[in-house]
Design a protein around this ligand. Structure first.
Ligand SMILES: Nc1nc2c(ncn2[C@@H]2O[C@H](COP(=O)(O)OP(=O)(O)OP(=O)(O)O)[C@@H](O)[C@H]2O)c(=O)[nH]1
Length: 611
């Protein structure tokens, strides 16, 4: 019995994939994605349904399966299925997947039009991101009008047989993460490029972590398959170690072998992008209120500020007022990614905007205003909100719920791990896995070898994660960015100290709260001059007890004359840790001016356990 891929059948029968899945749902056929295969007899049933529909018969697919048991759509290469089953069950949700959903009871009043997918390409250095983008640009971008100069604007539009696809071509995940770090999600699909001769590398893992954190569907492009040493099978097997199971192994990760050099497979990649976009059912209202995101911006000496904005909703027109951050501007000119002047730009269109007075940052959201007056009002409102928030931050105390998340719900502690070796990483991950409970999940977004990078900090800031390093430290620049973004970045030399830190995060994700606790008091009765230790206060403990390393407050009459530490305690000639009430002792402070008659009060800082 032969099998047919769902999307091939849809194409052959001239229906869209959504319709095909609707029919399969009606038939009770389960599938993983449109690239799952179905049996011949199911194909016959589908043809029958479509014929009946065309003839004006029952428009609905039958609501139950004709066979007693639901039919299972099989993934290709059934022999690999069992092998990868376990891994596929825990495959992250960021992969392309569509499970049957209940059919909607009523159709929406007005269906919004589809929009083109926005794609970002990420991967390890030298794996071929730029080459792949160049190949697509060269072969899929309409030739420019003569005379125009194409400039780098951070995005371009490719024309495929299935429609437009927009590629963000600012370098790799920096662009992706800076944009996401500001809370905007500009990409709909992430292509992870992996060189077939190199397989998974640290930045591949990072790229995957970024896509997963953003919950953006991923397509893996195994590049450089033209090389004699290319080993695409190894890449696929390696991917399963990250719980990403390629479709042909029974999982739902789309993997496309390509060569950016010869162009082999690039057409398939574009096809899969369109398929994924179709499943994502990307729609936007060109007539709705405008919303966009800054992709990149630069200052041109002659023209002024030029910002590339991705239109996400609504339509931009020359002459519109735009608000970005705490600034606004009026659009003087719009240029498409091909360098041509345009008058308006609808959803999923990257467009270069001339008219901002200041350079907006990548990732900032852009809104429109009816007129200059409204633009000014919006900006004034934002400035006011920021000031209020800054003031409130100073005053406010967090509630338990704010610190720990909704009570009674499972909390997730997000961490990024960095270590010197794979062995240490595995050891740490092993211990962390055992710490999970029903209430707290530990989500390791990224486990990488080597020092933390700026990308880690950005990932941490979008995913609210803590960066924990073992035996590696961050470069000064990275530390600074972490500080600016309020990201906790900690380095440890002992694994168990790192684990203690995770315990702390599990306890409440909050800084530990310390409280000063009174220990005891002593009266200084004489000063003993010691050649090495300086002045020792010969004292008598009148209340509680004194402890070495405790905090010390020295009072003379009513005045506090010193606050420091008890660095040494002696009973006769012996060093001791503690001295109780009613005993004499020698107290050595980190201060030499103690006098007879002074009162030394000892206290210590104790961590207050959070409820
Ligand atoms: N044989 C072969 N070489 C390729 C292919 N794709 C890229 N290369 C080569 O691999 C090298 C790196 O390619 P780039 O496109 O610069 O890789 P990248 O991932 O953009 O690298 P960075 O921008 O440095 O992160 C270049 O020498 C390319 O010519 C391919 O499909 N086949």
């Amino acid at each position: 019995m032969s099998k047919v891929r769902i999307y091939n059948l849809a194409r052959d029968l001239g229906v869209d994939n959504g319709k095909m899945l609707e029919i399969l749902d009606g038939l009770g056929v389960s599938y993983k994605s449109v690239s799952s295969t179905i049996e011949d007899d199911t194909v016959d049933l589908i043809k029958q349904i479509l014929e009946e529909e065309a003839a004006g018969g029952p428009a609905q697919a039958p609501t139950s399966t004709p066979a007693a048991e639901p039919v299972q759509a099989s993934a290709p290469q059934a022999q690999a299925e069992t092998q990868a089953q376990a891994a596929s069950q825990s495959a992250p949700t960021a992969t392309v997947e569509r499970m049957p959903e209940p059919a909607p009871t009523a159709s929406p009043a007005r269906e919004l039009p589809h929009r083109a997918p926005v794609v970002t390409i990420m991967g390890h250095v030298d794996h071929g991101k730029t080459s792949l983008l160049d190949y697509i640009r060269k072969t899929k971008v309409a030739a420019k009008e003569a005379g125009g100069i194409t400039q780098h604007v951070g995005a371009f539009e490719a024309r495929t047989s299935k429609g437009r696809v927009v590629f963000i071509d600012t370098p790799g995940h920096e662009a992706f993460t800076t944009i996401r770090a500001r809370g905007a999600n500009v990409a709909d699909i992430a292509i992870i490029v992996i060189a077939a001769d190199d397989s998974l590398m640290p930045q591949t893992r990072e790229a995957i972590a970024h896509a997963q954190a953003a919950k953006v569907p991923m397509i893996v492009a195994i590049n450089k398959i033209d090389l004699p040493q290319a080993d695409p099978e190894r890449v696929k097997t390696d991917l399963t170690s990250l719980n990403l199971v390629p479709e042909e192994y029974g999982g739902d990760l789309i993997v496309v072998p390509v060569s950016a050099r010869t162009g082999e497979g690039v057409e398939d990649l574009l096809e899969y992008i369109s398929l994924t976009a179709e499943l994502e059912d990307l729609r936007a209202d060109p007539g709705g209120e405008f919303r966009g995101v800054v992709i990149e911006s630069r200052v041109d000496r002659q023209a002024g500020v030029l910002a590339t904005v991705m239109v996400q909703e609504g339509t931009l027109h020359v002459g519109d007022f735009l608000v970005v951050g705490e600034g606004y501007g009026k659009i003087k000119a719009l240029t498409d990614t091909n360098g041509g002047r345009i008058k308006d730009a609808g959803p999923s269109t990257p467009v270069q905007v001339l008219g901002f007075s200041e350079n907006p940052s990548s990732g900032e959201t852009v809104r429109s205003a009816k007129n200059e007056h409204q633009a000014r009002e919006v900006v004034a409102g934002r400035v006011g909100d920021r000031r209020d928030a800054e003031e409130a931050r100073g005053r406010r105390r967090l509630s338990l719920e704010e610190m720990m998340g909704p009570l009674g719900e499972t909390r997730t502690v997000n961490v990024i791990l960095r270590a010197d070796t794979q062995g240490s990483l595995e050891a740490i991950q092993g211990i962390l896995a055992k710490k999970e409970t029903d209430d707290v999940k530990i989500n390791v977004l990224l486990a990488g070898i080597g020092s933390p990078t700026e990308g880690d900090v950005l990932l941490a800031s979008t995913a609210e994660a803590t960066i924990l390093c073992f035996s590696v430290t961050a470069a000064g620049g990275v530390k600074k960015i972490a500080e600016q973004k309020g990201i906790e970045l900690k380095s440890f030399r002992i694994i168990y100290e790192l684990i203690d830190e995770v315990d702390r995060l599990i306890k409440g994700n909050v800084e530990p709260v310390f409280e000063e606790r009174y220990l005891g008091r002593a009266e200084v009765r004489m000063i003993i001059k010691h050649p090495k230790s300086g002045n020792i206060a010969g004292s008598y403990v009148t209340d509680g007890m004194l402890r070495r390393n405790a905090k010390a407050k020295v009072t003379r009459g009513r005045q506090v004359v010193y606050q420091g530490t008890i660095v040494g305690l002696k009973r006769f000639k012996d060093d001791v840790r503690e001295v109780q009430t009613g005993y004499e002792c020698g107290i050595n402070l980190d201060w030499n001016d103690v006098q007879e008659g002074d009162i030394i009060e000892a206290s210590e800082m104790v961590e207050v356990t959070q409820a």
